[in-house]
Design a protein around this ligand. Structure first.
Ligand code: SAH
Ligand code: SF4
Ligand code: F3S
Length: 434
């Protein structure tokens, strides 16, 4: 009987992609996927270190898994991802039920770790994905594809440069081949992933470095791929050719995640973001000029050390000025080893809570208004899967709204036209256009 692998994924979309590739590696070793930890011979937690809460989750989950290991000592438990990179040895010391820890750049060496245990948090020079067989795909029309990993930006609050290592772009030819294989398996939408995806500068088939815009153009040529997205971008890497691509490539969806973190120049400087608020707003104007129907999404941190009420009011003003289609908001979390951890006056927790609530009020209001503005419009929807109600299907708008409508299950994987009738709390509903 085949052995069984259970993977639990935390954190960002890059972890989702990595988990899928780890399934591929272990499938080649005879492991089948299971959704039940109780049935597994191997359990992998693919972890996130970005905020303290995320990292602490790992230890409580390991505490829950320990009885399984006590009952079946042959069960293997491994910790992967960014917590493994940051705290590898420490995890094995704190929780003896763990057999091994593996950092994000060493996943191709997973079989050896499963067999022998230990900690592997090296940053090898080779492309790990070259040595990781693709996973058997579950049928889904949307897929992720990691094109760039790591970060050289060193924002003062952030662990990513330490957990993922230096910026590396994968060669374009390999990405085109992987995208083509995905298209052949029925994938219609690909989201290109990278911690700084728009800093992509992989080797092109012509021997020259390709930009992300060049790569997107080539991906548009692949038959079967109907939609392209990319995330996450840094404002300083938004090149002219990429802005222009938004106006020229129909397959590139009109939705851009462009984190700004703060609207105060003083805080941006302390964060080491290397741009001012007015530069960010001017950039958005240029992007909107290229693609007028583009929606923006962003990330914000409130309560960065030293942030005053006056700084925060500037963040509110920036959010108002942009009018985000959606955004993620976080309370600053002090991370060991980052420059901001020891710096400045830490903002009290209750002040952070209060600022977060005020910022969310602005973000949620704009998000709702944007979603409501879809009512009465005919939208192209990529059909994903059956909805909760009988006969219903659910898919995604170009702006990532979930859209419900009655349709034949055979429409899954197609882009259909839907007349939007209603805007609910978290989704739109409508009628398939004749
Ligand atoms: N590479 C991306 C995002 C990486 S992490 C970028 O540069 O935008 C995703 C988001 O988590 C960040 O944009 C930031 O808003 C948030 N984040 C990162 N470190 C944080 C910390 N120490 N405390 C709170 N939020 C944090
Ligand atoms: Fe972290 Fe900044 Fe790099 Fe984004 S750009 S991953 S926030 S250091
Ligand atoms: Fe978390 Fe690592 Fe992603 S810290 S956000 S899983 S890069």
């Amino acid at each position: 009987m085949a052995k069984k692998l259970f993977v639990k994924t935390y954190g960002c979309q890059m972890n989702v992609y990595d988990s899928e590739r780890m399934h591929g590696v272990m499938a080649a070793e005879g492991y089948e996927a299971t959704d039940r930890a109780e049935d597994a011979d191997l359990i992998l937690l693919n972890t996130c270190h970005i905020r303290e809460k995320a990292a602490e989750k790992v230890y409580s989950e390991l505490g829950r898994l320990k009885p399984l290991k006590d009952a079946r000592p042959d069960l293997k438990i491994g910790v992967a991802g960014c917590v493994a990179q940051a705290e590898g040895q420490e995890i094995l010391r704190r929780q003896p039920a763990v057999d091994f820890a593996v950092g994000p750049q060493a996943y191709h060496r997973l079989p050896a770790l499963v067999a022998n245990g230990g900690v592997d948090t090296e940053f090898p020079v080779e492309d790990k994905f070259l040595h990781m067989p693709a996973a058997p795909r579950r049928r889904a029309p949307a897929a992720f594809l990691t094109v760039q990993e790591g970060c050289d930006k060193f924002c003062a609050f952030c662990v990513v440069p330490y957990t993922r290592g230096a910026e590396v772009s994968r060669p374009a030819a390999r990405l085109l081949a992987e995208a083509k294989a995905l298209a052949d398996q029925g994938v219609r939408e690909i989201t290109l992933l990278g911690q700084n995806v728009n800093a992509y500068h992989g080797e092109g088939p012509d021997g020259r470095d390709w930009t992300l815009a060049r790569l997107l153009r080539a991906l548009c040529e692949i038959e079967g791929i109907a939609r392209l997205r990319y995330t996450t971008s840094h404002p300083n890497d938004m090149g002219e050719d990429l802005i222009a691509a938004h106006g020229e490539l129909d397959k590139l969806m009109p939705y851009l995640h462009l984190p700004v973190q703060s609207g105060s120049d003083r805080v941006l400087k302390a964060m080491n973001r290397r741009h001012r608020a007015d530069e960010y707003l001017a950039l958005i104007e240029r992007i909107r000029a290229a693609r007028p129907d583009i929606a923006l999404s962003g990330d914000f941190i409130v309560g960065f050390p030293g942030e005053t009420e006056a700084d925060f009011v500037q963040t509110l003003a920036l959010a108002e000025a942009v009018g985000y289609g959606s955004a993620f908001t976080f309370k600053y979390s002090s991370r060991p080893g980052t420059p901001a951890a020891g710096a400045g006056a830490q903002v009290p927790e209750d002040v952070k809570d209060e600022r977060l609530a005020r910022l969310n009020a602005v973000i949620w209001r704009d998000q709702k208004a944007f979603q409501r503005s879809m009512v009465g419009r005919r939208l192209p929807v990529l059909v994903e899967k059956p909805g909760r109600m009988e006969g219903q299907m659910v898919g995604k708008s170009p702006w990532l709204h979930a859209v419900h409508f009655l349709a034949d299950p055979a429409t899954a994987g197609q882009v259909v036209e839907v007349d939007v009738i209603e805007s609910g709390p978290n989704s739109l509903s409508g009628r398939l256009a004749a």
